[in-house]
Design a protein around this ligand. Structure first.
Ligand SMILES: C[S@@+](CC[C@H](N)C(=O)[O-])C[C@H]1O[C@@H](n2cnc3c(N)ncnc32)[C@H](O)[C@@H]1O
Length: 273
């Protein structure tokens, strides 16, 4: 096979990256890179490296050891942050029904487990406010930089596409520069914290609803199943698990879950963990 001139041994093709170099990068980034789907991961690593004139992943690992800020930027680059308020609206409508019909409670402990810049935890806080149900939302993400944005609570109008104007008015207050800030009543209901779903201990408490949306798709099958099981262990009996629209579980029964709506599940068995 003809070798590309700018590739090194072990990286003759993007699909042939050695385990060792991935392990080196994982160690320096303090991320469980082995759990991410390999082709996407490798594409993003090379994209990041080449944009900086670095032509091998081994060299990238070496540079990262000397430059902590570059490591922070790479972590951000690897974790895709696309999000929006009430993402996949039909699923949010179904969630609302599930909350009122499937699992009625007076107070809701909620976890948004891959919260990105905060649109999801805010959508959850809004949903419970609209239903007149008190709630507390824990919002976590592996990437500190998105959490920093979320904590500011400041948004641009363009980010709120699809949010009805009456919701905007109640959720946000206008700032003099034209941006919008989350009102105190909602920001006070959300706690932001860094948590890696693959590596860190999960919160030592039970939630009534866990949203873990559009992140499992980036994990390999075995890690996806392990994460789902750990999330279920954090659910209260009858608690709800809210996954992304493309993250439907093939066999929810194996986790002690019953399907309420595609991508929305209710825990049917007692707590196992
Ligand atoms: C595509 S966004 C989804 C955001 C939101 N849940 C939604 O559906 O709109 C994926 C988020 O997962 C986070 N993420 C990636 N790997 C993670 C991990 N191992 N643990 C926790 N969060 C992770 C990323 O930083 C990113 O913010």
């Amino acid at each position: 096979m003809k070798q590309q001139p700018n590739r090194r041994l072990g990286e003759t093709e993007e699909g042939e990256v050695t385990e060792q170099v991935i392990a080196d990068l994982a160690a320096v980034l303090k991320m469980d890179l082995a759990a991410y789907k390999r082709p996407q991961l490798v594409r993003r690593l090379f994209g990041f490296a080449r944009a900086r004139g670095i032509d091998s992943l081994a060299e990238l690992a070496r540079r990262l050891r000397q430059d902590a800020a570059m490591g922070e930027r790479l972590r951000h680059h690897l974790t895709i942050h696309v999000t929006s308020f009430f993402r996949d609206p039909a699923y949010w409508q179904a969630l609302k029904t599930a909350v009122t019909q499937e699992s009625p409670r007076a107070h809701w402990e909620v976890w948004s487990a891959a919260a990105s810049t905060g649109a999801e935890p805010l959508s959850l806080a809004w949903l419970f406010y609209e239903l007149g149900l008190p709630s507390q939302v824990l919002a976590t993400d592996v990437d500190e930089s998105v959490l920093q944005h979320a904590r500011t609570g400041v948004w641009r109008e363009d980010d709120l596409e699809g949010v009805p104007s009456f919701v905007r008015h109640q959720l946000f207050e206008p700032l003099p520069d034209g941006r919008l800030r989350v009102r105190e009543a909602f920001s006070a209901a959300i706690e932001y914290r860094r948590l890696d779903l693959l590596k860190d201990p999960y919160p030592n408490r039970r939630f009534h609803l866990i949203a873990c949306r559009n992140v499992l798709i980036y994990f390999r099958e075995a890690d996806r199943l392990r994460v789902v099981q750990r999330l279920v262990d954090c659910l209260d009996d009858q608690g709800l698990l809210f996954l992304g629209s493309t993250e439907v579980l093939l066999n929810p029964g194996m986790f002690g879950l019953a399907t309420v709506f595609p991508s929305i599940y209710r825990k049917t068995k007692g707590v196992s963990g």
